[in-house]
Write a protein that binds this ligand. Structure first.
Ligand code: NDP
Length: 240
């Protein structure tokens, strides 16, 4: 039976590349998105991949959506927790909303999306969970105390859940991208982006497809890679 993979934020940017790479590797993919109906419709039209609209920050919505995906496509074997946002600003000027919304979408989402599928994976003795962190969760970043906190939390979540699921055939791994050429990065101010590029030893931004290849690699691993964080950043930051 074709395995079902859910990719949150799977309709644009890195997530879209992951959805396509998993489809090409033979998975039945459900790509989640948050609000951009137009981009999701264009993605489905171009790829044939089904899209599901729900807010990864809302537990009830995630539980209902995962049940719907299982009813439509079958048991979920692969979950890629990719959806994420930034709301940058210096900490001394950061509002509670900036803090809460980034923690909610970038970290609470891992609980919200994984909790409804983990028991099925445990019962079936198989699961692959890949969480997308960030270079800025590894090293910290000025103007991103909220985002760096959430993305560091993603790594802790990965390490702990990997230990819980290993005996049940579930692996939980993390990919920590550096700066990738997506809309999230294009939205940076040009001066800041030029500085970032100058700090990447390989001299360029990464491509979404380079992250997607790594995700497929981790999904297809037989099970001994577990709890790891794969750093993909052009040697910008070498995590210990
Ligand atoms: P994009 O902004 O290009 O795409 C984000 C995706 O997430 C969209 O599909 C969006 O849906 C979805 N999304 C956002 N909020 C929600 C929500 N509340 N509920 C459901 N879906 C939501 O992001 P990127 O591709 O750049 O980033 C993907 C991941 O990679 C993020 O976790 C990001 O933090 C991480 N990352 C990105 C880096 C980069 O350089 N780009 C570097 C390191 C990490 P919609 O289309 O409806 O808005």
């Amino acid at each position: 039976m074709t395995k079902v993979a859910v990719v949150t934020g799977g309709s644009r940017g890195i997530g879209a590349a992951i959805s396509i790479a998993l489809r090409d590797a033979g998975y039945q993919v459900a790509a989640n998105y948050g609000g951009n109906d137009e981009a999701a419709a264009a993605f489905t039209q171009a790829t044939g991949i089904a899209t599901y609209k729900f807010d990864v920050g809302d537990y009830e919505a995630c539980a209902a959506a995962m049940a719907q995906i299982e009813a439509d496509l079958g048991p979920i074997s692969v979950l890629v927790n990719n959806a994420g946002i930034t709301k940058d600003g210096f900490f001394h000027k950061m509002s509670p909303e900036q803090w809460r919304s980034v923690i909610n979408v970038d970290l609470d989402s891992l609980f919200n999306c994984t909790r409804p599928v983990i028991n099925g994976m445990r019962e079936r003795g198989y699961g692959r969970i890949i969480n997308i962190s960030s270079i800025n969760g590894q090293k910290g970043q000025v103007g991103q105390v909220n985002y760096s906190s959430a993305k560091a939390g993603v790594i802790g979540f990965t390490k702990a859940l990997a230990q819980e699921g290993a005996a049940k055939g579930i692996t939980v791994n993390c990919v920590a991208p550096g700066y990738i050429a997506t809309e999230m990065v294009s939205a940076m101010n040009p001066e800041a982006l030029a500085k970032v590029k100058a700090g990447i030893p390989c001299g360029r931004l990464g491509e979404s497809e380079e992250i997607a290849r790594a995700v497929v690699f981790l999904v297809e691993d037989p099970g001994f890679i577990n709890g790891s964080t794969l750093t993909i950043n052009g040697a910008q930051y070498i995590a210990g």
